[in-house]
Ligand binder design. Structure first.
Ligand code: BGC
Ligand code: NOJ
Length: 814
C-alpha cells in the first residue's frame, strides 16, 4: 500500500493521505537555520544547534504522534466551523489533502467546504528565518468570510532545560508585540543577545502570545478556545508558555485568492546594541526590521523560493544518472543526495527520532557523512573537517561528539571509541579525491580546541594512525576501547546496573578486548594515508604506513579469520566473538563487509568466502542483518548489543548503514548482480509498495529495518539521520555505477547488473563536466574507455591538460 507518489520531474514526494504510518518529515533550511516539518505540519525550528538554540517546541512521543508545529487554522465566520488545512492538529476530514515534500520546502494543503488552502514552508538561502506562504481560495459560488490563524509555541532556547526545568521556566517567558510582530525575548534581559520573531504580512484582527489564553484551560491544539470563539485575545505572556498566534480576517469573493505571509525568524543583536532606547529593556529591532519587511512581501518571498530551487538544481546537477532502474535514478539524482545534505547538516541530532537534545555532531558520523556530501559543497566539507579535527585529542583519539554551536567536544559523551580517529583519514581522503585541494593538509588545527596546540591537519592524520599502533591487544589486533563502529558492542563495560548508559559509563581500561573491524578499518585508512603521504613526497613515511598495514593484514589472517568468514572481535576474556564456536553471534556483518571493502582477502579467496558466508547467514529479503544468531539474552561481557530484543537495532537488525559495505565488497569481487540486488533490498523507493510494512518515508533511508528475528520483520525505524545516506550514495555512485573519485582523476569502473545494457551519467568533477556513457557488449566488468573519441589506457581519466570544461567519456564493458 502506498500513501503517495513520487513526482520526479518536480523532485517532490506527494503524500495524499495525512495519516501516514509515522510522521513523514522533511527538512527546511540547509545552512544554519533549520526546521523539521512533517506531512501534517508538525515539527520545530532551531538555529545551528537543536539543543542549545531551539526556537519552537515539539512533543516527542506524544499521543497522537507529532504534536507541536507550524499550525494554521481556518474558521468559517458564518458557520463557526474551524479546521486545519494540514489535517493536524484538528484532524477534521478533508478533501484533496496533499503534502508535497520537495528540496528544502514543503507545501501542505487541502480543501474543505469549498475553501482551498495550502501553505508553502521554506527557509530562504542565507537567512535565519522561515517563510510560510498561506494561500486561501474561495471555490464556493458565494462569498466566504474566513478567519486565518497562525500558531507556534516558543521554546525557551535550551530544549533540554525547556522540557525539564519548570520551576524556573514558568517564570521567565517574555514577549513584546510591536506593529503586529511577536518578539520572543525570554532571557534577553540578561545574558542572551538573541530573540525570535513571528510576523504576518496582513493587518491583524488579533494575536495571542500566552498559550493558555489561546488554547483555553484543559484544551489542546486540536480545539483552541480562541479559534473556536473566532477571536484571539491579544494576550501578553508573562512566564508560563509564550507562544505566537496571528488572526487575519478575509472576505473572499467567489474564485478569489488571497495570500498571507508569515515569518518565523531568529536574530542576534550586537551586545552593545541590545536595547532601544539604550538603557531600556526594549529589544532593539532596527537591525531586524528590514529583513522582516523584505520577506513579508510575497514577491520577495517568491524570489527567495526561486533562488532555493536554483540552488538545488545546481547541487543535484553535479551528478545525474540515467539507468534502467527507476529506483536507482530517483535516489541518486534526487533523494539520496538530498538526504546526504541533511545528514551532513544535522549529523544525528535532530529528526523525528532524535530529539535534538541528546546528540551533537558525531566524530565518526560526520566524517563518514562527507562521503556522500563532499561533491555538493566542498567548501563546507572543508570547514567541517577542520572543525572535527580541532576536537581531536592530542593522543589522536577523539571526542565522540561535539556541539555545533560551540564547536567543542562534548565531555558528557566522552571518547575512547577506538575506531573514531581513522574516520578522519577516510573523510579527508574523500575530500582530497573530490577536490584536489591539498592545501587543507597544511591548515593549522588545534588539538582539543586548545589555543597554541595548532599543528597542520596532516599531523592530525598521523596521530589518528598512531593511535591504533599504541593500542594493540594480545593478538596484535586493535583494542576496541569503549566500542568501535558498533556502539553497542561494549566489551569493556560490564554494566549490571539498570538504566546505566552503555555509552558513557566508566569502562574497564580494557587491555584485552580487540576488534577485527578496526583492524580492517586500519588497513583501509593506512593505505589511504600512504597514498596521501607519497603524494606529499614522504616516501619513507608512506612505506611505514604500508609496512604497518601489511603487519596488520598478517595478524588478520592469523587471528581474524574464522575459517569461513572474518571474526568480529575478542572479548575481555580473550574469547572469540563472531565465530562458529559461539552459541549466538557467530557471524557479523561489520568485519566481513569492511574487510572486503578494504580489499582484504581478494587475492587468497577469503574475501569471496566472507561474502558468500554473509549471503548465506545474514542476507534477508529486507536487507542484511548485523549478526546471527541474534542474542537471545543479556550478556554482561557484550553490553548494549544484547540489550535489544532479537532483530532490533544492533542485535541482528538490518542496520542499513553497513549494508553498503557488503555492496562494495560484492562490487570488488566483480559481482554486479549481487551488489545491485543488495542495493535494491533497502532502497526506500523500491520499498514504496510495501509502505504499510516499511512504515517510514519511501524517499529516505532509515537507520534500521527490523531483522528476521523480530516480530515486525521489514519494519523501518529512525529515518533520515543515518550513515546509511552517505554510504549508499557512495556505494551506488562510486562502486556499482563505478564513477569513482581518485587522487589522480575520475575512475570509471562500473560493476553493474548483467542485464543492464548500460547507463549514462553526467558528473561535474573539479570544474569539468564529464558526459559519460557506458555500453555493455559482454558479460564482464572489463572496460575500454575513449575520452573525447580517443582510446585511453586504464580506467582513470585525468583532468584535461588543456583546460577543456566538457569531456565525453564512452565506456564499453565486456
Ligand atoms: C544505539 C546506537 C547509537 C548509540 C549512541 C545506542 O542506544 O543503539 O545506534 O549509536 O545509542 O547514541
Ligand atoms: C548510530 C551511531 O550514530 C553510529 O555512530 C554508530 O556507528 C551506529 N549507531 C552503530 O552503532
Amino acid at each position: 500500500m502506498k500513501f503517495g507518489y513520487f513526482d520526479d520531474r518536480n523532485r517532490e514526494y506527494v503524500i495524499t493521505q495525512p495519516d501516514t504510518p509515522l510522521p513523514w518529515i522533511n527538512y527546511l533550511g540547509c545552512q544554519v537555520y533549520f526546521g523539521i516539518i512533517s506531512n501534517t505540519a508538525g515539527g520545530y525550528s532551531f538555529y545551528r544547534d537543536a539543543r542549545l538554540r531551539r526556537l519552537t517546541r515539539y512533543r516527542y512521543n506524544n499521543a497522537p504522534f507529532d504534536l507541536g508545529g507550524r499550525y494554521v487554522y481556518l474558521r468559517d465566520r458564518e458557520s463557526g466551523q474551524f479546521w486545519s488545512p494540514s489535517w493536524q492538529p484538528t484532524r477534521r476530514e478533508l478533501e484533496n489533502y496533499s503534502c508535497r515534500h520537495g528540496m528544502g520546502y514543503t507545501v501542505i494543503g487541502s480543501t474543505l467546504g469549498g475553501i482551498e488552502a495550502h501553505t508553502r514552508y521554506f527557509v530562504p538561502l542565507d537567512e535565519n528565518l522561515e517563510v510560510w506562504q498561506l494561500t486561501v481560495t474561495n471555490r464556493r459560488a458565494t462569498k466566504a468570510q474566513i478567519s486565518a490563524f497562525s500558531s507556534i509555541e516558543f521554546c525557551l532556547w535550551d530544549a533540554q532545560d525547556d522540557a525539564t526545568n519548570f520551576q524556573r521556566n514558568f517564570n521567565t517567558g517574555q514577549v513584546e508585540v510591536e506593529q503586529g510582530v511577536i518578539y520572543h525575548k525570554t532571557e534577553y534581559r540578561e545574558r542572551r543577545d538573541h530573540f525570535a520573531y513571528f510576523a504576518c504580512s496582513e493587518p491583524l484582527a488579533g494575536f495571542d502570545t500566552q498559550r493558555e489564553a489561546f488554547l483555553g484551560r484543559y484544551r489542546g491544539w486540536d480545539s483552541p478556545a480562541a479559534v473556536q470563539a473566532g477571536q484571539l485575545t491579544n494576550s501578553i505572556a508573562h512566564g508560563w508558555a509564550p507562544m505566537g498566534a496571528h488572526q487575519v480576517n478575509l472576505d473572499l469573493a467567489p474564485g478569489e485568492t488571497r495570500q498571507i505571509v508569515f515569518l518565523l525568524g531568529y536574530h542576534e543583536n550586537p551586545v552593545d546594541q541590545k536595547f532601544d532606547p539604550p538603557g531600556s529593556q526594549t529589544i532593539n529591532k532596527k537591525l531586524v526590521k528590514p529583513t522582516i519587511a523584505k520577506y513579508l512581501n510575497p514577491l520577495e518571498a517568491d524570489a527567495a523560493f526561486e533562488r532555493l530551487r536554483q540552488y538545488w538544481d545546481s547541487l543535484l546537477g553535479i551528478f545525474q544518472v540515467s539507468t534502467p532502474d527507476i529506483h536507482t535514478d530517483r535516489m541518486v539524482n534526487i533523494w539520496n543526495a538530498y538526504q546526504c545534505m541533511a545528514t551532513f547538516n544535522m549529523s544525528r541530532s535532530a529528526s523525528f527520532y532524535e530529539s535534538g537534545i541528546g546528540r551533537g555532531l558525531g566524530f565518526r558520523d560526520s566524517n563518514q557523512d562527507l562521503l556522500g556530501f563532499v561533491h555538493m559543497a566542498p567548501a563546507r566539507a572543508r570547514e567541517r573537517i577542520l572543525d572535527l579535527a580541532a576536537t581531536q585529542l592530542p593522543t589522536g583519539g577523539a571526542y565522540h561528539q561535539y556541539q555545533p554551536l560551540t564547536k567543542r567536544g562534548n565531555n558528557d559523551i566522552g571518547g575512547g571509541f577506538n575506531d573514531d580517529p581513522h574516520w578522519l583519514i577516510v573523510g579527508v581522503s574523500a575530500y582530497l579525491k573530490e577536490t584536489g585541494d591539498w592545501s587543507i593538509l597544511d591548515e593549522p588545527v588545534p588539538y582539543d580546541n586548545e589555543p597554541g596546540s595548532e599543528q597542520p591537519l596532516y599531523n592530525h592524520l598521523q596521530r589518528s594512525f598512531s593511535y591504533t599502533l599504541a593500542r594493540l591487544g594480545p593478538h596484535g589486533l586493535p583494542l576496541i576501547g569503549r566500542a568501535d563502529w558498533n556502539d553497542c558492542l561494549n566489551l569493556n563495560c560490564f554494566s549490571d546496573t539498570p538504566g546505566q548508559s552503555f555509552q558513557t559509563t566508566t569502562n574497564k581500561d580494557g587491555k584485552v578486548a580487540e576488534s577485527v573491524f578496526i583492524a580492517g578499518l586500519f588497513v583501509h585508512a593506512g593505505r589511504e594515508l600512504a597514498a596521501i603521504a607519497s603524494r606529499r613526497g614522504l616516501a619513507a613515511e608512506a612505506s611505514h604506513y604500508i609496512g604497518e598495514t601489511e603487519k596488520m593484514l598478517a595478524v588478520i589472517r592469523e587471528y581474524g579469520w574464522d575459517g569461513e568468514w572474518f571474526l568480529r572481535a575478542y572479548d575481555d576474556f580473550g574469547a572469540k566473538i563472531g565465530s562458529k564456536d559461539c552459541d549466538e553471534g557467530k557471524i557479523f556483518i561489520e568485519s566481513n563487509g569492511f574487510c572486503v571493502l578494504a580489499g582484504i582477502g581478494l587475492e587468497d579467496g577469503t574475501a569471496l568466502k566472507a561474502m558468500d558466508a554473509t549471503r548465506e547467514h545474514l542476507a534477508t529479503k529486507h536487507g542484511i542483518v548485523v549478526q546471527q544468531p541474534a542474542y537471545s539474552r543479556y550478556y554482561l561481557n557484550l553490553g548494549e548489543i544484547s540489550s535489544y530484543p532479537p532483530g532490533y537495532k544492533e542485535n541482528a537488525g538490518i542496520f542499513c548503514h553497513v549494508n553498503p559495505w557488503v555492496m562494495i565488497g560484492e562490487a570488488r569481487l566483480g559481482r554486479g548482480d549481487a551488489a545491485h540486488d543488495y542495493y535494491s533490498r533497502i532502497n526506500p523507493s523500491a520499498r514504496e509498495e510495501i509502505g504499510e510494512l516499511h512504515r517510514c518515508e519511501p524517499y529516505v533511508y532509515a537507520q534500521m529495518i527490523a531483522g528476521k528475528d523480530a516480530p515486525t520483520f521489514g519494519e523501518a525505524k529512525n529515518s533520515w539521520l543515518t550513515g546509511t545516506a552517505a554510504w549508499n550514495y557512495y556505494a551506488i555512485a562510486q562502486w556499482i555505477l563505478g564513477i569513482r573519485t581518485t587522487l589522480d582523476g575520475l575512475q570509471i569502473a562500473p560493476v553493474i547488473p548483467g542485464n543492464w545494457p548500460g547507463f549514462t551519467a553526467t558528473r561535474i568533477f573539479r570544474g569539468v563536466t564529464y558526459k559519460i556513457s557506458i555500453e555493455r557488449q559482454g558479460e564482464g566488468n572489463r572496460i575500454a574507455l575513449t575520452v573525447d573519441g580517443k582510446p585511453i589506457e586504464g580506467n582513470i581519466v585525468a583532468p584535461p591538460a588543456d583546460g577543456r570544461k566538457e569531456v565525453t567519456i564512452k565506456g564499453i564493458l565486456s
